[in-house]
Design a binder for this molecule. Structure first.
Ligand code: DX5
Ligand code: ZN
Length: 222
């Protein structure tokens, strides 16, 4: 049986946006654990992708938790909209947050789980103090902005250090990784300590069906 502790979060960034609802339903039926939604604003990262209205539309196609990853400047201005649209988890980038304590409280105040993400070059120390308040920590394993990039090897050590810190302090935040996750890298990030794996290209543009692609990812974790 596949490792039951590991969750798979297909990123719809690599889905066919013209058939988004169907692709989300397909991933749901194929055993995804979360649906990962990559929100980009053209400022924090170069592309503009998905806004709250699309989250509301996706909400109708799945009962899975919507894991909304905000790659945007001034996320405090947007969290209400995404919560109303049906987000279950809202993750903000530590690089965009001058007052992370206040923002995490505000997210939780909306009845949504709170996550914080770190870019590959951002040290773990940036999130040390907020860790006890978090539901999820997202370690970027590529530079945010685009799907389909190669996994950055040096992030393995960071994942391992974060796992050790969470365990040592008895903290329950989920350790999620995002970028370059495929059947080869998935077992390695799990071994380092990741428990939620985001995968975009490997699920939606691998040439396989979504069901086959998710099955292959799970099989690699046996
Ligand atoms: C990158 C996004 C990722 C991306 C992952 O900025 O945050 O969620 O979609 O894509 P893959 O799995 O294709 O690397
Ligand atoms: Zn993401």
């Amino acid at each position: 049986m596949a490792n039951p502790q590991v969750k798979l979060a297909p990123s719809i960034l690599s889905a066919d946006f013209a058939r988004l609802g169907e692709q989300v339903a397909e991933a749901t039926k194929a055993g995804a654990d979360y649906i990962h939604v990559d929100v980009m604003d053209g400022h924090f990262v170069p592309q503009i992708t998905i806004g709250a209205p699309v989250v509301a539309a996706v909400r109708k196609w799945t009962d899975l938790p919507l894991d909304v990853h905000l790659m945007i400047e001034a996320p405090e201005r947007q969290i209400n909209q995404f919560a109303e649209a049906g987000a279950d988890i809202i993750t903000v980038h530590i690089e965009t947050c001058p007052d992370i304590n206040q923002l995490v409280s505000a997210i939780k105040g909306l009845g949504v789980k709170a996550g914080v993400s770190l870019n590959p070059e951002t040290p773990l120390t940036a999130v040390t103090e907020i860790l006890p308040s978090l539901d999820l920590v997202l370690v970027m394993t590529v530079h945010p902005g685009y799907g389909g990039q190669p996994f950055i090897e040096s992030t393995l050590e960071k994942i391992a250090r974060l796992r050790a810190e969470l365990d040592k302090k008895g903290l329950t935040a989920e350790l999620e990784v995002d970028g370059g996750i495929n059947a080869q890298t998935a077992p390695r990030v799990v071994k380092a300590g990741a428990r939620v794996l985001v995968a975009g290209a490997a699920v939606f543009s691998s040439g396989q069906t979504v069901k086959e692609a998710l099955g292959e990812l799970r099989a690699g974790l046996l």
